[in-house]
Design a protein around this ligand. Structure first.
Ligand code: ZN
Length: 281
C-alpha cells in the first residue's frame, strides 16, 4: 500500500493514479495526511479494499511529505560504519547520536532549495520511518508492528554551522527551510521482501555519490524504535530519519558541497525518489 500527500490531501496511490481518501471513504477519514496515523490500524483495514487503479491521474509535482507535521522528528547519526569512518568519529556502542530536524524544514519530494549564504551544504540520503502506533518500551522483535511505513528522506546539512561552537549544532544546521524533503509517498512494510534490507543511493547531476544497503545499519529499524521508546513515547505519525551511508561531501578529499544549479536525486529501491534543485540566495 502506498499512501501519499497530494496537494495537502491524504491519498492512496498506484504508479500514476490516486484515490482521495476523504471522498472515497464517504468522509469517514479526514483529508489531513498527518491525522491518519492516529487511526492507522482502522485506516489500513479500510484501505486494503480500495482499488487504486480506479483513481485519477496525478502530477508528481503536487506531492507533499507523507508525514508533513509530526509531533516528533528524530534523526539518527553515525549509523553506518563507513560513514562513521569518513566523518571521523568513533562507532557508537549502545546508542547512536539522536537529534531533531525541526519540523519547519519538512517538504515534499520535488523542490527547489535555497543554499544558506556562505554555507557548506551537504547531502545525506536516508531511509525514513513513520510510526503507526503509540510505542513505549517496544521489544525489537515487535518493533515492525509499530511502523506505519517507510519513505525516502534527505537530511540536508549545513556543515559550517553544524561544526561551529563548543558542541555540534546538529538541530539547527539541518533545519534550514527545505532541508528535510521526504517522499514521494509512504510504502507499508508488507510491500517489501525484506524491509531490513533496502538499497539506497543519491546522485548529483547524474553522478552517483552515495550507495548503500540498510542491512548495514549499525542500529537497524527495530533497534532504533526499541531504544527510542525505552526513553520516551513515540506517537503515531512521528518520523525517524535512520542515518546516512558513506559518500557525503564532508568525507571527500577534497570536500564537496552542493552548488548553484545542482540537482540531487535521492532514491530507495521499492519506494521511489526525491529531486532537489539548489539555488543561491
Ligand atoms: Zn543524517
Amino acid at each position: 500500500m502506498r499512501v501519499a500527500n497530494l496537494s495537502g490531501r491524504l491519498c492512496l496511490v498506484s504508479d500514476d493514479r490516486a484515490v482521495d481518501v476523504h471522498e472515497a471513504s464517504g468522509h469517514r477519514f479526514p483529508s489531513d495526511p498527518q491525522a491518519v496515523y492516529d487511526r492507522w490500524d482502522e485506516f489500513r483495514t479500510w484501505a486494503a479494499q480500495v482499488d487504486t487503479g480506479a483513481g485519477t491521474p496525478f502530477d508528481p509535482a503536487d506531492l507533499g511529505a507523507p508525514a508533513p507535521a509530526p509531533r516528533q522528528l528524530f534523526a539518527i547519526g553515525l549509523n553506518y560504519r563507513e560513514h562513521v569512518d569518513e566523518a571521523g568519529f568513533t562507532t557508537p556502542e549502545t546508542m547512536p547520536p539522536v537529534f531533531t530536524k525541526f519540523a519547519s524544514s519538512i517538504t515534499g519530494p520535488v523542490t527547489d532549495v535555497t543554499l544558506p549564504l556562505g554555507g557548506h551544504t551537504d547531502w545525506e540520503v536516508e531511509l525514513v520511518v513513520v510510526v503507526g502506533r503509540p510505542a513505549r518500551r517496544v521489544p525489537e522483535a515487535e518493533a515492525w508492528d509499530y511502523v506505519a511505513g517507510l519513505t525516502v528522506g534527505q537530511d540536508l546539512s549545513e556543515r559550517i554551522l553544524q561544526m561551529s561552537g563548543p558542541s555540534p549544532q546538529f538541530g539547527l544546521a539541518k533545519s534550514y527551510p527545505g532541508f528535510s524533503p521526504m517522499g514521494p509517498w509512504l510504502v507499508t512494510p508488507d510491500e517489501f521482501d525484506d524491509p531490513d534490507d533496502l538499497e539506497l543511493a543519491c546522485s548529483i547531476n547524474g553522478e552517483q555519490v552515495q550507495h548503500g544497503h540498510t542491512r548495514h545499519l549499525l542500529f537497524p529499524v527495530p533497534a532504533l524504535l526499541s531504544k527510542l521508546s525505552e526513553v520516551l513515547e513515540l506517537s503515531p505519525g512521528d518520523v525517524v530519519f535512520t542515518g546516512t551511508p558513506a559518500g557525503v561531501g564532508l568525507g571527500r578529499t577534497p570536500q564537496r558541497w552542493l552548488d548553484h544549479g545542482d540537482e540531487l536525486v535521492s532514491s530507495i529501491r521499492g519506494i521511489g525518489e526525491l529531486r532537489q534543485r539548489f539555488n543561491r540566495a
